[in-house]
Ligand binder design. Structure first.
Ligand code: UT7
Length: 343
């Protein structure tokens, strides 16, 4: 049985940098750079322009990952795409990405499967676990796993929405999961969820329990109230569970692999709040230099966060062949996941 390793990484963030001050001045939100930095560690985030969707951001990230792996796009055997901000209700963003990558040309004849993952901030790790397991069966050699988000389209960029809108940013990250006979790769993973808290971090813009799924006014025009239109988050509850679950998921993996924290060279925590990660690191007794972060520049990019970090860390030379790394995420659902990888 082959091992499944990460043969290439890539990322893309849109050009527009939106600072905390921009949110206050340009968007008129009653907030301050001091509040956002002190509570979350975020200094800026990126916003994609109108007309750009999740699949658009994914294209350059995937192309970078494919090149990094020394492959060509036609070597991809499956697309696994994680997002909470797809272009549409359906179909998923995976098929748009496939078309934009040029993999639907009859001459190429490469109509690979497209699997969309809906596990929000944990989506990349759910996708990675799925891809690694498939590669390990020997039935597929190269799978692209991409996390991509266009949050800026669905943020209530007003004072009413400030407790959510100031946290999120746009971006995409991708990895290629490939088969190898070398002694390296994804060693173990853990996935978890607690659906009792599904409503605590949710966006219920449509509801198929209603008839019709979006209420209509007398003219037949669909109407969504602000409460349904924008994401809702019980911040403190999410914070508390994030800390507990991230530590729990990591400890499970360490036990499974008979590892100690010292065996791991670099940790990649989901970037929702620098304070969450500092708390987790402190509880585990991790030195600062072993914990990668980029929340200050991008905010929370949900499913894109971990693959963006992997791609950046590799390009900065902090993530190198032979290292053992741990990645862990927590988010809406609640869902969480962790993975141990020999790079
Ligand atoms: O990726 C998915 C996982 N998400 C997370 O893990 C997020 C977890 N939660 C958090 O990171 C934090 O709970 C937040 C950063 C979201 C909020 O921080 P907090 O310290 O829990 O603040 P809070 O929600 O309790 O709000 C404190 C005050 C409130 O004012 P009052 O009611 O005390 O007068 C808020 O209205 O801060 C106010 N506030 C703001 N003020 C200025 C909330 N957002 C803002 C803002 N700027 N952006």
């Amino acid at each position: 049985m082959p091992n499944a390793y990460i043969s290439g990484t890539g990322f893309y963030v849109p050009d527009e940098v939106v600072t905390n001050e921009d949110l206050a001045i340009r968007y008129g939100i009653d907030t301050t750079d001091e509040w956002i930095q002190k509570r979350t560690g975020i200094e800026a985030r990126r916003f994609a322009p109108e007309g750009v969707g999740a699949a658009d951001l994914a294209v350059p990230a995937v192309e970078m990952a494919v090149e990094c792996a020394g492959l060509s796009k036609t070597d991809i055997g499956l697309i696994v795409l994680a997002t909470l901000s797809p272009e549409h209700c359906f179909p998923g963003s995976g098929v748009y990405l496939q078309t934009k990558l040029g993999l639907t040309d009859d001459d190429v004849g490469h109509f690979v499967g497209c699997l969309d993952v809906r596990d929000q901030c944990s989506g990349f790790l759910y996708g990675l676990a799925t891809a690694a397991s498939m590669v390990q069966t020997g039935s597929i050699d190269n799978i692209v796993v991409v996390g991509t988000e266009v949050h800026s389209a669905a943020l209530d960029l007003s004072t009413r929405g400030r407790s959510v809108a100031t946290l999120f940013g746009d971006g995409a990250g991708a990895v290629i999961v490939s088969a190898t006979n070398e002694d390296r790769g994804v060693r173990s993973w853990h996935l978890g969820a607690d659906g009792r808290y599904a409503d605590a971090l949710s966006q219920k813009v449509w509801d198929t329990r209603k008839r019709p799924f979006i209420p209509r006014n007398e003219e037949g025009v669909g109407q969504v109230t602000p409460d349904d239109m924008w994401a809702h988050m019980e911040g403190r509850l999410v914070f508390k569970h994030a800390v507990e679950r991230m530590i729990g998921a990591l400890m499970k993996e360490f036990q499974k692999q008979s590892l100690t924290l010292d065996d791991v060279d670099l940790f990649f925590f989901h970037q929702a709040n620098l304070r969450i990660n500092q708390y987790v690191a402190k509880q585990l007794g991790l030195p600062e230099e072993k914990v990668f972060h980029n929340i200050e520049r991008y905010g929370n990019t949900t499913a894109a966060t971990i693959p963006i970090m992997l791609a950046e860390a590799e390009r900065e030379g902090r993530l190198q062949r032979g290292m053992k790394i741990a990645a862990v995420a927590f988010g809406s659902g609640f869902t969480w996941g962790a993975a141990i990888i020999d790079w």
